[in-house]
Design a protein around this ligand. Structure first.
Ligand code: ATP
Length: 204
């Protein structure tokens, strides 16, 4: 069905997705519903890592796992803009590239977990993010986030807060379970579990 709205509301949800887990899906779903978005793009970070803790799985594997996890949701799409672009991933570049893919009437919503929202003031050219997208912070267990306590200059101070379902899952935990030989079925979508097993990802 085509939306009768002229303005398309597009969620941009960036991450390492190493691997994508049920917490990610729940975050995107709650933003989709709370903000009445038409679409959510899951944008997978590149492999070119300047910071500590580089991703464990390759960009190609992480992207493929996102494709598998979003395949059954019409409004969700995997995006490789950050993989195609040369160099490390910075959100400001992600938003510019996504902006270029839509016509001017589209509105972009940057979806971030509460932990990422708190650190946005350390992101490259963070002051430009507000001109490209409206930020949406989604609650994450153990990550206190109170917009009213943020300084006005903080890029997340104007964010919309969505509590969401507060699923206590992280990719770190999924990787720890896998290297300990424990089942991850409760944390990760079935096709992704199968891919991880087939490819032998995250084994010790
Ligand atoms: P890792 O454990 O490897 O650091 P992660 O589980 O935090 O990974 P990322 O791919 O780094 O996953 O996260 C992408 C985005 O999803 C970030 O904005 C992060 O805050 C958010 N996010 C991830 N898991 C959750 C969760 N359970 N609840 C809310 N937000 C989440």
């Amino acid at each position: 069905m085509t939306s009768s709205r002229i303005t398309k509301r597009v969620g941009v949800f960036g991450g390492t997705f190493d691997p994508i887990h049920n917490g990610h899906i729940a975050v995107a779903r709650s933003a989709l519903e709370a903000l009445d978005l038409d679409q959510v793009l899951f944008v997978v970070t590149s492999d070119q890592w300047l910071r500590e803790n580089p991703p464990v799985a390759s960009a190609a594997d992480r992207f493929h796992m996102v494709e598998l996890a979003v395949d059954n949701v019409l409004e969700f799409t995997a995006s490789d803009v950050d993989i195609i672009r040369e160099g490390s991933t910075y959100t400001v570049d992600t938003l510019r590239d996504i902006r270029a893919q839509f016509d001017d009437s589209a509105e972009l919503f940057l979806i971030v977990g509460a932990d990422s929202a708190s650190s946005m003031n350390r992101w490259k050219d963070a002051e430009q993010i507000g001109g490209l997208a409206k930020s949406v912070a989604v609650g994450r267990p153990g990550q206190a986030f109170a917009i009213e306590t943020l300084d006005d200059s903080h890029p997340a101070s104007g964010a919309e807060y969505v509590e969401g379902p507060m699923l206590d899952v992280s990719a770190t935990r999924v990787r720890e379970f896998l290297s300990a030989g424990e089942a991850i079925d409760e944390l990760v979508d079935e096709p992704v579990v199968e891919y991880i097993q087939k490819q032998g990802l995250y084994r010790k």
